[in-house]
Design a protein around this ligand. Structure first.
Ligand code: ADP
Length: 168
């Protein structure tokens, strides 16, 4: 399995599935969620309305509609409250459940944004360590490629370093 980091807008990636950092309503929001809904078109909101929301740490699947990606996996990350409220386990659940669902759908390629590290306030490096460890442990056939899609150059450098591509 190939694991790598890119700096990109996740809505432009032609992979089998992209993960959305959604909220529990699944009815759209700001950040990456807003970008995904804008790029996928209004059919995505219609599909999400039928899902009745999603619990923190859990994931739900929709088509990608107008996106180059076939599917969107909507994952609800934890809001950071200082680390004492099970945030790490819930973030790990997001990554593990996304990988499991992607494999069950037969996906060969999957891209993640940095879930919870925007408006939800999760410290980026701690979140990236969880993301990489869980994906490394959970991803197997038919998932051949997992991309960590970083929005900022700083996040990209961080992921490259944690993946061993840059000197510490
Ligand atoms: P959360 O509410 O889970 O914190 P955000 O959308 O606020 O979600 O932020 C999660 C991450 O997604 C942040 O690193 C943010 O910079 C990044 N992000 C925002 N827009 C995009 C995009 N179009 N493609 C990829 N990543 C994005």
């Amino acid at each position: 399995m190939q694991l790598h980091a890119v700096q990109a807008d996740i809505t432009t990636l032609a992979v089998d599935a992209i993960v959305n950092a959604a909220n529990r309503s699944l009815l759209g929001g700001g950040g990456v969620d807003g970008a995904i809904h804008r790029a996928a078109g209004p059919e995505l909101l219609v599909a999400c309305r039928a899902l009745n929301g999603c619990r923190t740490g859990q994931v739900k699947l929709t088509p990608g509609f107008r996106l180059p990606a076939k599917y969107v996996i909507h994952a609800v990350g934890p809001v950071w409250h200082g680390g004492g409220q099970g945030e790490a386990a819930l973030l790990a659940d997001c990554y593990r459940n996304s990988v499991t669902l992607a494999m069950a759908q037969g996906c060969a390629s999957l891209a993640f944004p940095a879930i919870s590290t925007g408006v939800y306030g999760y410290p980026v490096e701690a979140a990236a360590e969880i993301a990489i460890a869980i994906v490394r442990a959970a991803a197997m056939e038919p998932l051949a490629e997992v991309i960590f899609c970083c929005f900022s150059a700083a996040d990209h450098m961080l992921y490259q370093r944690l993946l061993g591509r840059l000197p510490r």
